[in-house]
Design a protein. Structure first.
Length: 200
């Protein structure tokens, strides 16, 4: 399936709306042994160029939140990275990244996660990932969803623990300052769960 995803050109050849304005370059990292999965939004310009996820300052902050080294983070046998959109969606008129392409998740996400049932911890970065994976359990706003993290971090029916997070972008510095409980409560739990799973 991963090979099929890497060859996917839906957003260019059969788009829902305007076609992707550049050549698709799907970016994901999965294995059948990774117990941790990071679900972000979509690759940005640097990741589109490098083909490696989170090769930017957001990745540095995320690795700090998780308490992992770059070697641990990029060990695909231990940590999977499955964004909501596999390709860089382009930029809006203000220079920010557009939302993940609408073709991607419906085409691939359910089948991919069904093929990878070993995940024990899934990090839901941003509202797109939170809405998809939490469904009607997601709250109306990202802040409310992240504040309700304890309810999602309790595995249900043998499923994985889910931890909703804001995007680690510098654009969220003000959010982080307004919500100190995130650093005081969520991040220690997150780092502890990551470390526990990496030791197994």
């Amino acid at each position: 399936m991963v090979g099929a995803i890497h060859g996917c050109r839906l957003c260019r050849d059969r788009p829902r709306g305007a076609a992707l304005p550049h050549e698709p370059r799907p970016v994901l990292r999965v294995s059948r042994t990774a117990r941790i999965c990071i679900c972000g939004q979509a690759p940005g310009t640097r990741v589109h160029a490098s083909g490696a996820p989170f090769t930017d300052p957001s990745g540095d902050r995320l690795r700090g939140w998780m308490g992992v080294t770059p070697d641990e983070f990029y060990d695909v046998s231990r940590i999977a990275i499955v964004p909501m959109g596999f390709c860089f969606p382009g930029l809006d008129t203000k220079g920010g990244d557009l939302p993940p392409r609408r073709e991607c998740a419906p085409a691939w996400r359910d089948a991919l996660f069904a093929a990878l049932p070993q995940f024990e911890l899934i990090l839901l970065i941003g509202q797109y990932a939170q809405r998809w994976h939490l469904g009607d359990r997601a709250k109306p706003t990202l802040t409310e969803t992240v504040a309700n993290w304890r309810a999602y971090a309790t595995a249900r029916g043998g499923g994985p623990r889910l931890i909703p997070l804001p995007h680690p972008s510098w654009r969220n510095n003000a959010w982080l300052k307004r919500h100190p409980w995130f650093g005081e409560e969520v991040l220690p739990f997150l780092a502890g769960e990551v470390r526990r799973l990496l030791k197994r």
